[in-house]
Design a protein around this ligand. Structure first.
Ligand code: SF4
Ligand code: SF4
Length: 308
């Protein structure tokens, strides 16, 4: 069995930093531990994945990264900060910070691909880059790779930096020395549970996505939403940041240095009238490179009129 190469590991981390990643960690690509599998299965069995039907698919692949890349030895977990330096005014329809700027799938994919090429060139090993493109337990791997811990708000929290991070992974057949898993936790805090407008969080379990506004507004494309949503949704039309805003770990969240994640002019001026006067074609053009495109035109209109 070859020994992990620490020089190459250092070079990969240094390259990741120069590509703008805020955190990079390595975990051995062994099967997901039994406890985490049982927790996930229980979450699905309770129906807490809500309209995220994809979460119940490919559970065998989610358990074992070597099924996503033959011969995988290491999962490299990476994080990109998206916390904005300026915010929407209060008189426009509210969009979660993650969707302020350019579609993170594009931004993350470009950087992951550059890093994956570097790894292949340096090690001669194969890689597979994943950004919501493969059934992989990304927060689990981020914790295993020492980047952060999974908070009660179900976000990955990086100690000292907070939770406004996109996650991506590179699977590789390169054997890299694993980092120590992150052992931090929320402790006694329960601020996000109190702050959640939809009562979707529990102290002892994962979020109930069937109640989470973020999930309902973005992933549920039916013509109507449950009646109770109108009484708590406020002026949100894309996602919800409430359980991150209240988190003490985000009290000193650093702002992103990635210009692509700055709010677009459209987001800064996204009034109700602007949305309701938009045609389907305009929606497609306007949000072609925005995560908002994943909502679909009809869903954005529905979200805008929930209080009518
Ligand atoms: S995103 Fe909003 S609705 Fe969902 S768990 Fe967090 S606070 Fe609750
Ligand atoms: S608000 Fe408190 S309980 Fe919730 S994720 Fe942050 S630290 Fe954990």
């Amino acid at each position: 069995m070859p020994s992990p190469n620490t020089d190459i590991a250092t070079m990969i981390k240094s390259q990741a930093a120069s590509l703008g990643f805020d955190a990079c960690g390595f975990a051995a690509a062994s099967p997901v531990d039994d406890e985490a599998v049982a927790r996930y299965d229980h979450w699905i069995e309770q129906g807490h994945n809500g309209c995220m039907l994809w979460a119940a698919r490919h559970r065998d692949l989610r358990r074992d990264p070597s099924m996503l890349l033959e011969g995988a030895q290491t999962v490299i977990s990476l994080a990109l900060n998206y916390y904005p330096s300026r915010f929407q005014p209060a008189d426009v329809m509210q969009v979660a910070y993650y969707a302020y700027g350019r579609d993170y799938h594009e931004v993350m994919r470009e950087r992951l691909t550059a890093l994956a090429r570097f790894i292949e060139h340096t090690t001669g090993c194969t890689t597979r880059a994943c950004v919501d493109s493969a059934p992989i337990r990304e927060r689990y791997w981020a914790q295993r790779a020492g980047i952060g811990f999974i908070g009660r708000n179900n976000c990955l929290i990086i100690p000292g930096k907070g939770s406004y991070f996109f996650l991506g992974e590179i699977l590789t057949t390169a054997l890299l020395a694993p980092d120590e898993p992150c052992r931090s936790s929320c402790g006694d805090c329960g601020k996000c549970i109190e702050a959640c407008p939809a009562s979707a969080l529990r102290r002892d379990s994962a979020a109930d996505a069937s109640r989470c506004l973020s999930c309902l507004l973005i992933e549920n494309h039916s013509d109507t939403l449950p009646e109770w949503v109108a009484s708590v949704v406020g002026d949100r039309v894309v996602g919800c940041d409430e359980c991150q805003r209240c988190c003490p770990h985000n009290g000193h969240a650093p702002t992103t240095t990635i210009a692509d994640f700055s709010p677009t002019e459209t987001v800064m001026t996204l009034t109700r009238d602007r949305i309701l006067s938009m045609t389907a074609g305009e929606f497609k053009r306007t949000f072609a490179h925005s995560a908002i495109s994943r909502l679909r035109y009809k869903t954005l209109l529905r979200n805008t009129t929930l209080n009518d």
